[in-house]
Design a protein around this ligand. Sequence first.
Ligand SMILES: [Zn+2]
Length: 283
Amino acid sequence: MAWFTRDRPGKDAPENSEERHVRTEGLWLKCDSCGQIVWKKALDENLQVCPKCGFHFRVDARTRLETLFDEGKFEEFDVHLTSTDPLEFVDSKTYKDRLALMKEATSLSDAVISAAGTLNGRRVHICALELKFIGGSMGSVVGEKITRAIERSLHGRVPLIVISASGGARMQEGAISLMQLAKISSALMRLDEAKIPFISVMTDPTTGGVTASFAMLGDLNIAEPGALIGFAGPRVIEQTIRQKLPEGFQRSEFLLQHGFLDAVVNRAELKNYLAASFDFFLA
Ligand SMILES: [Zn+2]
């Protein structure tokens, strides 16, 4: 606590310890990987990558788009597309209430931002999934927004990037969520036939129906270091095959070693990596 009291001497030091705790929490945090205390500002300046060990913290969809597009500027599409709750689903709360809460918390209409702008001077479309919106899950809106982005890429002959952060299909929309896998996959096939490049970027975590569809269908499938990527979770697999899974199973590095990924790319290098890949594809 010494650094805190030195920074803020005397008069505006908070009275109770709870408030003091909250304020310091905003300035410093503990790295999930190396356990060291990291200055939040240093983390902000380092694209949310631990300056001490290189651990990649999760970032929200908007921040991600701002760091990839030139000058952080982009145009958004289908901003107000929202789910109609086709199954009138109820779990611990109604799906309608859950959607309303999520919209309020994230200022998004669903779990993806569809955007266009330039990346190192080249026009690209980027869809970024938002994990904070019902676990980045894919229902009808995510499916439709990504499909429309693919169609826009197709008509404008513009390369596409999808940045995944998702728990998979959205159970509150049942079979309609599952239908999105087929819809997006068939749209991607048309993009492939037109020879327009699509790069899939997987971040922590990318699982379930997202892995089982577009996340693994890129001309390049790349991932951030240490990301959890898989279809079913390790516990389910262990119970099914009755074997202990190897160390690092379902992490980016393991998947690269076993041929599931084309590259593991550090966040700081991602923008240039994407630009160089498009230069290569479109040469
Ligand atoms: Zn660290």
